[in-house]
Design a protein around this ligand. Structure first.
Ligand SMILES: [Zn+2]
Length: 301
């Protein structure tokens, strides 16, 4: 089914097994995917005592019979710092482990997540274009069977396919802008929960009341933003794809999951307009972690 190996994946096994192929093989072993931010967090795990982790490990594991996914809780300051790090490679290490008696992760779900990660590898330097590619891909893939989805992805990753995608994206940008902002309820973003209590975010106050055109400009601004800002947003998209197994389990949910992804990315984007990542990396990741904690408190209150 898969023709190419993951561009950004390398296998930790030394025996040269085809990692992309083994990812989709069902058998007695489980494929273990470990993003680079997890590897860095493991190196000095006890260094944080923020109110997100309280000194406990922010590392997480999602386990199935045939798959283990390592990740971390982004509401911990240190986890957020590693996830958003300007030097993050945004790669996955793939290894194998013995299967446990657990439910199985569906091969289709894993395959779609893998396809989206390959789109990430192809368009990672341009986050808005990446979102456009993800959106187009999940819309077209929904009704297709797994083999056609794989074939569609291969077409998109060919030079001609990429070129067509960029052209379509530019047309779309001129007409309506991308991503679609109609569903991105500006007032519901978690970042607002911090605006009144943190002086660094006061300049965002005025934006809260602005309408869709401001939102469109915010997304457009990202394309001209510094490399550091685009890198940080790209890192976050990598985290989202890994952590939430984007686009998710049920096809009818995919577009909603995409809209949620855009909302969370927009929250980070607004933060990037208030806090300069070049000057204050620590503040940026700590504030982003704090916005996730605030959103969680809000959800449970
Ligand atoms: Zn912490």
């Amino acid at each position: 089914m898969m023709k190419n190996n993951f561009a950004s994946i390398h296998s930790r096994k030394e025996n040269g097994t085809d990692s992309a192929r083994s990812l989709l093989t069902e058998g007695v072993t489980a494929s273990v995917w470990t993003p680079d931010y997890v590897l860095r967090l493991r190196q000095n795990i006890h260094l944080c005592g923020c109110s997100g982790c309280d000194g406990a490990s922010p590392l997480l594991q999602f386990r199935w019979n045939n798959h283990v996914r390592h990740s971390a809780d982004i509401s911990c300051n240190r986890a957020a710092a590693e996830i958003l790090s300007l030097t993050a490679s945004c790669t996955l290490s793939v290894s194998e482990d013995l299967a446990e008696h657990l439910p199985e992760l569906s091969a289709e779900r894993l395959q779609m997540n893998q396809h989206c990660l390959r789109l990430f590898a192809a368009f990672r330097t341009e986050p808005v274009l990446l979102l456009y590619a993800l959106y187009g891909f999940i819309r077209q893939s929904g009704p297709l069977d797994p083999e056609r989805r794989a074939a569609l992805l291969e077409t998109w990753l060919q030079p001609a396919g990429r070129q067509r995608l960029v052209q379509d994206f530019c047309l779309q940008q001129d007409e309506h802008g991308f991503p679609p902002v109609a569903g991105q309820r500006l007032e519901a973003l978690p970042i607002w929960l911090l605006v009144d209590s943190d002086a660094r975010l006061h300049k965002l106050k005025a934006m809260r009341k602005k309408g869709e055109e401001t939102l469109r400009q915010t997304w457009r601004g990202l394309q001209k933003a510094s490399r550091a800002r685009r890198k940080i947003l790209g890192n976050f998209l990598f985290y989202e794809l890994c952590h939430n197994f984007f686009p998710g389990h049920l096809v009818p949910d995919w577009e909603n999951n995409f809209a949620d992804l855009c909302r969370r990315a927009l929250s980070l984007l607004l933060l990037l307009t208030a806090v300069s990542p070049e000057l204050d990396k620590e503040s940026l990741s700590a504030l982003f972690a704090a916005s996730h904690r605030a959103a969680r408190r809000e959800a449970f209150s």
